[in-house]
Design a protein around this ligand. Structure first.
Ligand SMILES: NC(=O)c1ccc[n+]([C@@H]2O[C@H](COP(=O)([O-])OP(=O)(O)OC[C@H]3O[C@@H](n4cnc5c(N)ncnc54)[C@H](O)[C@@H]3O)[C@@H](O)[C@H]2O)c1
Length: 313
């Protein structure tokens, strides 16, 4: 097979300034395959705890340029509409278009749910979920106008439940639903939206785990971040065959992760007691079906015409 390349395409990778980091690995791969790359990162978050050193979007952009690629840096925050707009503007000013958005920026603060502060909960939502939403929102009109776009969101295996990571898991579950909803709306516009659930030994992992954590040692020994990047690049390529999917890509293992619906039962006049009697049928996984593309609602359901709220944000 001919190498899959991205010549003429412009890709933004958010949160890609760390080393080691997943975003940097994605940016280096896309840059090496010919994409114009916008490397985004706020650098160091003054509230980030336990992070080794600082991230630098400019350093990673310089790495790409030093290898013969094309890259610029963006220091803006994904967590506000203004920051997201500035990231997209950087791409348009440098390269004239935006084809690929990899929403990768994220934070993780492990804490028991009864102890984590409201501020730290909010930060997960602001960066991990709203960051992906704001950047997609800013890129969308440009992708829609050109009838082409690829968005790759970053979720996490924690979205299926992770103790002491409630805020993080919640934000990542939101990213999965964001992926599905954008995919449904993008289907008729030429915009494909998928998610990757990655894994890698990165500054986030170092900052989140205790130094003697077996998970940290496993990650360091087995999970170099670049092993998650081919899945991101594939979903970002024009040949990407799917939309609305979540692909796990960790340490060389690549899998599809999906929600399934059991056959259950249908009985119009059922009572609470019916449920008690037929609960096994509700839970039975035999014959369960994947909630796939056909389950997305792309019709819009005849919604009323939208008029933007005049209330300021
Ligand atoms: N490393 C793993 O094992 C793992 C597992 C599952 C999911 N993830 C996800 O992968 C993504 C990348 O994480 P990573 O492990 O490479 O960690 P990382 O800390 O190296 O990368 C995240 C980057 O996001 C940047 N960032 C934070 N807030 C930002 C903001 N407001 N605007 C712009 N940039 C911001 C940080 O400066 C950092 O460089 C994250 O979304 C993370 O949740 C990582």
């Amino acid at each position: 097979m001919e190498p899959l390349r991205f010549d003429g395409r412009t890709a933004i990778i958010t949160g890609a300034g760390g080393n080691p980091s997943l975003g940097r690995a994605h940016a280096l791969l896309l840059g090496a395959r010919g994409a114009n790359v916008v490397v985004n990162d706020i650098g160091s978050d003054p509230e980030a705890r336990h992070y080794p050193g600082a991230a630098s979007a400019e350093t990673v952009a310089a790495e790409i340029r030093a290898s013969g690629g094309k890259a610029v840096a963006s220091p803006h925050s994904v967590a506000t509409p203004e920051g997201a707009a500035a990231i997209i503007r950087t791409a348009l000013e440098a390269f004239g278009r935006i084809d690929i958005l990899v929403n990768n920026a994220g934070i993780s603060i492990g804490a028991p749910f009864g102890e984590i502060s409201p501020r730290d909960i909010q930060r997960h939502i602001d960066v991990n979920l709203m960051g992906a939403l704001w950047c997609s929102h800013a890129a969308w009109p440009h992708m829609q106008a050109q009838g082409y776009g690829r968005i790759v969101n970053t979720t996490s295996s924690s979205m299926t439940g992770f103790a002491n990571q409630v805020a993080y898991s919640t934000s990542k579950g939101g990213v999965w639903s964001l992926t599905r909803a954008l995919a449904a709306e993008g289907q008729s516009l030429g915009i494909k939206v998928n998610a990757v659930s990655p894994g890698g030994y990165t500054r986030l992992v170092i900052a989140t785990l205790e130094e003697d954590s077996p998970l940290l040692a496993h990650s360091q020994a087995n999970l170099p971040p670049h092993l998650s990047s081919p899945a991101v690049a594939f979903l970002a390529h024009e040949i990407c065959p799917v939309t609305g999917e979540c692909i796990d890509s960790v340490g060389g293992a690549v899998q599809r992760c999906y929600i399934a619906r059991t056959r259950g039962f249908s009985e119009r006049d059922h009572s609470i007691e019916t449920l008690a009697a037929r609960w096994d049928e509700v839970m039975d996984e035999n014959g369960a079906v994947c909630v796939g593309l056909a389950d997305m609602d792309t019709s819009g359901w005849g919604l009323r015409a939208y008029k933007a709220s005049s209330t300021s944000f």
